[in-house]
Design a protein around this ligand. Structure first.
Ligand code: TRP
Length: 316
Protein backbone atom coordinates (compact mmCIF):
# COMPACT_ATOMS: atom_id res chain seq x y z
CA UNK A 1 0.00 0.00 0.00
CA UNK A 2 1.30 3.42 -0.78
CA UNK A 3 2.01 5.81 2.05
CA UNK A 4 -0.50 8.44 3.08
CA UNK A 5 0.27 11.97 2.02
CA UNK A 6 1.00 14.44 4.79
CA UNK A 7 1.34 18.10 3.92
CA UNK A 8 2.52 21.00 6.00
CA UNK A 9 2.74 24.71 5.17
CA UNK A 10 5.33 26.77 7.00
CA UNK A 11 5.30 30.51 7.34
CA UNK A 12 8.67 32.11 6.58
CA UNK A 13 8.42 34.22 9.69
CA UNK A 14 12.03 34.12 10.83
CA UNK A 15 13.85 33.01 13.97
CA UNK A 16 12.10 29.94 15.34
CA UNK A 17 12.19 29.41 19.09
CA UNK A 18 12.28 26.26 21.16
CA UNK A 19 8.51 26.46 21.70
CA UNK A 20 8.02 26.16 17.91
CA UNK A 21 10.41 23.25 17.78
CA UNK A 22 8.76 21.19 20.49
CA UNK A 23 5.38 21.82 18.87
CA UNK A 24 5.05 21.43 15.14
CA UNK A 25 8.63 21.16 13.91
CA UNK A 26 9.71 18.11 15.86
CA UNK A 27 6.53 16.26 14.99
CA UNK A 28 6.95 17.00 11.31
CA UNK A 29 10.51 15.72 11.24
CA UNK A 30 9.42 12.54 13.00
CA UNK A 31 6.80 11.98 10.28
CA UNK A 32 9.27 11.85 7.39
CA UNK A 33 9.49 8.08 7.29
CA UNK A 34 5.91 7.18 7.92
CA UNK A 35 4.28 9.39 5.30
CA UNK A 36 4.80 10.78 1.85
CA UNK A 37 5.54 14.29 3.11
CA UNK A 38 5.20 17.65 1.38
CA UNK A 39 6.56 20.70 3.17
CA UNK A 40 5.98 24.01 1.52
CA UNK A 41 7.14 27.44 2.52
CA UNK A 42 4.01 29.53 2.15
CA UNK A 43 5.60 32.73 0.95
CA UNK A 44 2.49 33.95 -0.86
CA UNK A 45 0.50 33.59 2.35
CA UNK A 46 3.22 35.50 4.17
CA UNK A 47 2.73 38.47 1.83
CA UNK A 48 -0.11 39.50 4.10
CA UNK A 49 2.37 40.40 6.82
CA UNK A 50 5.76 40.79 5.11
CA UNK A 51 5.74 43.94 3.03
CA UNK A 52 9.37 44.34 2.03
CA UNK A 53 11.05 42.24 -0.61
CA UNK A 54 14.24 42.05 1.34
CA UNK A 55 12.63 40.67 4.46
CA UNK A 56 10.74 38.13 2.38
CA UNK A 57 13.86 36.78 0.66
CA UNK A 58 15.84 36.71 3.89
CA UNK A 59 13.08 34.85 5.68
CA UNK A 60 12.72 32.30 2.91
CA UNK A 61 16.44 31.56 3.01
CA UNK A 62 16.41 31.37 6.79
CA UNK A 63 13.58 28.87 6.93
CA UNK A 64 15.32 26.63 4.40
CA UNK A 65 18.48 26.61 6.52
CA UNK A 66 16.44 25.99 9.67
CA UNK A 67 14.70 22.91 8.34
CA UNK A 68 17.78 21.42 6.71
CA UNK A 69 19.72 21.92 9.92
CA UNK A 70 16.97 20.19 11.89
CA UNK A 71 17.28 17.17 9.66
CA UNK A 72 14.57 17.51 7.05
CA UNK A 73 15.68 14.99 4.45
CA UNK A 74 15.00 16.25 0.92
CA UNK A 75 15.21 12.68 -0.35
CA UNK A 76 12.18 11.77 1.69
CA UNK A 77 10.29 15.05 1.76
CA UNK A 78 9.19 17.19 -1.16
CA UNK A 79 10.45 20.50 0.19
CA UNK A 80 9.52 23.53 -1.89
CA UNK A 81 8.07 26.98 -1.88
CA UNK A 82 4.56 27.89 -2.83
CA UNK A 83 5.49 30.71 -5.20
CA UNK A 84 7.43 28.29 -7.42
CA UNK A 85 4.23 26.50 -8.32
CA UNK A 86 1.83 28.81 -10.14
CA UNK A 87 -0.89 26.17 -9.89
CA UNK A 88 -1.53 27.27 -6.28
CA UNK A 89 -2.78 30.70 -7.22
CA UNK A 90 -4.47 29.37 -10.33
CA UNK A 91 -6.49 26.81 -8.37
CA UNK A 92 -7.23 29.44 -5.75
CA UNK A 93 -8.92 31.51 -8.45
CA UNK A 94 -11.07 28.62 -9.58
CA UNK A 95 -12.09 27.92 -5.99
CA UNK A 96 -12.91 31.60 -5.54
CA UNK A 97 -15.67 31.13 -8.03
CA UNK A 98 -17.41 28.43 -6.03
CA UNK A 99 -16.91 30.11 -2.65
CA UNK A 100 -19.27 32.70 -1.23
CA UNK A 101 -18.30 35.78 0.73
CA UNK A 102 -20.61 34.99 3.68
CA UNK A 103 -18.94 31.59 3.98
CA UNK A 104 -15.45 33.09 4.22
CA UNK A 105 -16.69 35.79 6.56
CA UNK A 106 -17.36 33.10 9.14
CA UNK A 107 -13.64 32.21 9.36
CA UNK A 108 -12.19 32.97 12.81
CA UNK A 109 -8.98 34.38 11.39
CA UNK A 110 -10.94 36.80 9.25
CA UNK A 111 -13.18 37.84 12.13
CA UNK A 112 -10.18 38.46 14.37
CA UNK A 113 -8.37 40.45 11.71
CA UNK A 114 -11.49 42.44 11.01
CA UNK A 115 -12.03 43.18 14.67
CA UNK A 116 -8.56 44.69 14.78
CA UNK A 117 -8.47 46.38 11.42
CA UNK A 118 -11.39 47.33 9.25
CA UNK A 119 -9.16 47.97 6.26
CA UNK A 120 -8.55 44.29 5.84
CA UNK A 121 -6.99 43.28 2.53
CA UNK A 122 -8.40 40.84 0.01
CA UNK A 123 -5.42 38.52 0.46
CA UNK A 124 -6.20 38.11 4.13
CA UNK A 125 -9.84 37.47 3.36
CA UNK A 126 -8.99 34.89 0.75
CA UNK A 127 -6.20 33.27 2.78
CA UNK A 128 -8.13 30.03 3.49
CA UNK A 129 -8.82 29.45 -0.20
CA UNK A 130 -5.16 29.67 -1.15
CA UNK A 131 -4.51 27.24 1.70
CA UNK A 132 -7.19 24.92 0.32
CA UNK A 133 -5.37 24.97 -3.01
CA UNK A 134 -2.06 24.15 -1.25
CA UNK A 135 -3.62 21.11 0.29
CA UNK A 136 -5.85 19.82 -2.49
CA UNK A 137 -3.32 20.03 -5.33
CA UNK A 138 -1.29 17.26 -3.69
CA UNK A 139 -4.23 15.05 -2.67
CA UNK A 140 -3.06 15.31 0.91
CA UNK A 141 -4.65 12.97 3.45
CA UNK A 142 -3.31 14.50 6.63
CA UNK A 143 -2.62 18.08 7.60
CA UNK A 144 -0.87 18.48 10.94
CA UNK A 145 -1.90 21.81 12.41
CA UNK A 146 -2.29 23.61 15.69
CA UNK A 147 -5.84 24.06 16.95
CA UNK A 148 -5.94 27.58 15.51
CA UNK A 149 -5.68 26.20 11.96
CA UNK A 150 -8.32 23.49 12.29
CA UNK A 151 -10.99 25.61 10.70
CA UNK A 152 -8.79 26.27 7.69
CA UNK A 153 -8.49 22.56 7.04
CA UNK A 154 -12.27 22.28 7.32
CA UNK A 155 -12.58 25.00 4.72
CA UNK A 156 -10.29 22.98 2.43
CA UNK A 157 -12.54 19.95 2.96
CA UNK A 158 -15.70 21.92 2.25
CA UNK A 159 -14.13 23.37 -0.87
CA UNK A 160 -13.10 19.93 -2.12
CA UNK A 161 -16.61 18.61 -1.50
CA UNK A 162 -18.19 21.54 -3.24
CA UNK A 163 -15.97 21.24 -6.30
CA UNK A 164 -16.58 17.49 -6.45
CA UNK A 165 -20.31 18.04 -6.22
CA UNK A 166 -20.38 20.58 -9.02
CA UNK A 167 -17.81 19.14 -11.43
CA UNK A 168 -17.52 15.48 -10.44
CA UNK A 169 -15.08 13.72 -8.15
CA UNK A 170 -11.69 15.38 -8.44
CA UNK A 171 -10.30 16.05 -4.97
CA UNK A 172 -9.52 13.90 -1.99
CA UNK A 173 -10.88 15.16 1.33
CA UNK A 174 -8.07 16.06 3.72
CA UNK A 175 -8.13 15.62 7.46
CA UNK A 176 -6.62 17.80 10.15
CA UNK A 177 -4.31 16.15 12.63
CA UNK A 178 -4.30 18.40 15.64
CA UNK A 179 -0.82 18.66 17.03
CA UNK A 180 -1.05 19.41 20.72
CA UNK A 181 0.19 22.83 21.44
CA UNK A 182 3.38 22.01 23.26
CA UNK A 183 4.19 25.57 22.43
CA UNK A 184 2.19 26.60 25.45
CA UNK A 185 5.63 26.47 26.92
CA UNK A 186 6.09 29.53 29.02
CA UNK A 187 8.50 32.13 27.78
CA UNK A 188 11.03 33.79 30.01
CA UNK A 189 8.34 36.06 31.48
CA UNK A 190 5.90 33.25 32.23
CA UNK A 191 3.48 34.13 29.41
CA UNK A 192 3.22 31.78 26.42
CA UNK A 193 6.53 31.71 24.53
CA UNK A 194 5.93 33.90 21.53
CA UNK A 195 8.00 36.10 19.29
CA UNK A 196 5.51 38.91 19.71
CA UNK A 197 6.14 38.97 23.48
CA UNK A 198 9.93 38.98 23.09
CA UNK A 199 10.19 36.21 25.69
CA UNK A 200 11.67 33.40 23.61
CA UNK A 201 14.69 31.18 23.64
CA UNK A 202 15.75 31.03 19.97
CA UNK A 203 16.17 27.52 18.61
CA UNK A 204 19.61 28.27 17.18
CA UNK A 205 20.75 30.55 19.99
CA UNK A 206 24.41 31.15 20.72
CA UNK A 207 25.59 30.14 24.18
CA UNK A 208 25.52 33.71 25.45
CA UNK A 209 21.97 34.20 24.24
CA UNK A 210 20.87 31.02 25.98
CA UNK A 211 22.51 32.18 29.16
CA UNK A 212 20.97 35.61 29.01
CA UNK A 213 17.50 34.26 28.26
CA UNK A 214 17.60 31.68 31.05
CA UNK A 215 18.95 34.15 33.58
CA UNK A 216 16.06 36.44 32.75
CA UNK A 217 13.40 33.77 33.42
CA UNK A 218 11.03 35.19 35.96
CA UNK A 219 10.85 33.21 39.19
CA UNK A 220 8.68 33.84 42.18
CA UNK A 221 10.64 34.36 45.31
CA UNK A 222 9.35 31.30 47.18
CA UNK A 223 11.29 28.30 48.33
CA UNK A 224 9.76 25.80 45.96
CA UNK A 225 10.25 24.70 42.39
CA UNK A 226 10.59 27.63 39.98
CA UNK A 227 7.79 26.63 37.65
CA UNK A 228 8.83 28.59 34.56
CA UNK A 229 12.36 27.20 34.72
CA UNK A 230 10.98 23.73 35.27
CA UNK A 231 8.51 23.92 32.37
CA UNK A 232 11.22 24.83 29.90
CA UNK A 233 13.56 22.21 31.33
CA UNK A 234 10.83 19.61 31.03
CA UNK A 235 11.00 19.92 27.24
CA UNK A 236 14.48 18.46 27.38
CA UNK A 237 14.19 15.92 30.16
CA UNK A 238 11.34 13.79 31.49
CA UNK A 239 9.74 14.59 34.82
CA UNK A 240 11.05 11.35 36.30
CA UNK A 241 14.59 12.65 35.91
CA UNK A 242 13.88 16.26 36.57
CA UNK A 243 11.62 16.25 39.61
CA UNK A 244 14.12 14.67 42.01
CA UNK A 245 16.71 17.25 40.97
CA UNK A 246 14.30 20.15 41.39
CA UNK A 247 13.11 18.80 44.73
CA UNK A 248 16.60 18.40 46.09
CA UNK A 249 17.50 21.89 44.92
CA UNK A 250 14.27 23.61 45.89
CA UNK A 251 14.78 27.33 46.26
CA UNK A 252 18.23 27.22 44.63
CA UNK A 253 17.14 29.07 41.55
CA UNK A 254 20.54 30.05 40.32
CA UNK A 255 21.82 26.49 40.40
CA UNK A 256 18.73 25.20 38.62
CA UNK A 257 19.07 27.84 35.96
CA UNK A 258 22.68 26.88 35.41
CA UNK A 259 21.63 23.31 34.96
CA UNK A 260 19.06 24.38 32.41
CA UNK A 261 21.64 26.48 30.54
CA UNK A 262 23.86 23.40 30.33
CA UNK A 263 21.07 21.20 29.00
CA UNK A 264 19.90 23.79 26.51
CA UNK A 265 23.42 24.22 25.22
CA UNK A 266 23.78 20.45 24.82
CA UNK A 267 20.58 20.34 22.82
CA UNK A 268 21.09 23.48 20.76
CA UNK A 269 24.84 23.40 19.99
CA UNK A 270 24.74 20.59 17.38
CA UNK A 271 21.76 22.18 15.62
CA UNK A 272 23.42 25.57 15.64
CA UNK A 273 26.62 24.10 14.19
CA UNK A 274 24.74 22.26 11.48
CA UNK A 275 22.90 25.40 10.54
CA UNK A 276 26.21 27.24 10.22
CA UNK A 277 27.44 24.55 7.87
CA UNK A 278 24.43 25.05 5.59
CA UNK A 279 24.82 28.80 5.88
CA UNK A 280 28.27 28.58 4.30
CA UNK A 281 26.71 27.52 1.05
CA UNK A 282 23.30 29.13 0.73
CA UNK A 283 23.06 28.54 -3.06
CA UNK A 284 23.39 24.83 -2.38
CA UNK A 285 20.58 24.93 0.18
CA UNK A 286 18.42 26.89 -2.25
CA UNK A 287 19.14 24.38 -5.01
CA UNK A 288 17.56 21.75 -2.75
CA UNK A 289 14.44 23.89 -2.49
CA UNK A 290 14.37 24.44 -6.22
CA UNK A 291 14.68 20.74 -6.96
CA UNK A 292 11.82 20.10 -4.52
CA UNK A 293 9.80 22.58 -6.54
CA UNK A 294 10.36 20.56 -9.68
CA UNK A 295 9.00 17.45 -7.99
CA UNK A 296 6.01 19.35 -6.64
CA UNK A 297 5.34 20.95 -10.02
CA UNK A 298 4.88 17.58 -11.69
CA UNK A 299 2.20 16.60 -9.17
CA UNK A 300 0.48 19.98 -9.13
CA UNK A 301 0.37 20.38 -12.88
CA UNK A 302 -1.14 16.93 -13.40
CA UNK A 303 -3.89 17.78 -10.90
CA UNK A 304 -4.44 21.18 -12.46
CA UNK A 305 -4.78 19.59 -15.86
CA UNK A 306 -7.60 17.50 -14.48
CA UNK A 307 -9.23 20.60 -12.99
CA UNK A 308 -9.02 22.51 -16.26
CA UNK A 309 -10.65 19.63 -18.00
CA UNK A 310 -13.44 19.45 -15.41
CA UNK A 311 -14.27 23.15 -15.60
CA UNK A 312 -14.21 22.95 -19.39
CA UNK A 313 -11.41 25.31 -20.35
CA UNK A 314 -9.25 22.57 -21.75
CA UNK A 315 -10.28 22.66 -25.40
CA UNK A 316 -6.98 21.36 -26.82
N1 TRP B 1 -2.14 28.82 7.61
C1 TRP B 1 -0.99 28.10 8.07
C2 TRP B 1 -0.40 28.81 9.29
O1 TRP B 1 -0.62 29.97 9.47
C3 TRP B 1 0.06 28.01 7.00
C4 TRP B 1 -0.38 27.22 5.81
C5 TRP B 1 -0.57 27.68 4.54
C6 TRP B 1 -0.63 25.83 5.77
N2 TRP B 1 -0.92 26.67 3.71
C7 TRP B 1 -0.97 25.52 4.42
C8 TRP B 1 -0.60 24.81 6.73
C9 TRP B 1 -1.28 24.22 4.03
C10 TRP B 1 -0.92 23.52 6.34
C11 TRP B 1 -1.26 23.23 5.01
O2 TRP B 1 0.31 28.20 10.04
Amino acid sequence: MSKKVLLSGIQPSGLPHIGNYFGMMKQLLADQDQYDVYVLIVDYHALKSIKTGREMSENIKAVVLDYLALGLDPNKVTFFKQSDISEHTELCWIFDNITTMPYLMRAHAFKDAEAKNKEIDVGTFNYPILMAADILLYSADIIPVGADQKQHVEIARDTAEKFNRIYGKTFKLPEALIVKDVAVVPGTDGRKMSKSYGNTIPLFAEYDEIKKAVMSIVTDSGEGIPKNVYAIHNLLRPASELLPIYESKAGKYKELKELLIGDLEKFIAPLREKRKEYEKDIPKALAILKAGGEKAKAVASAKMDEVREKVGVKVY
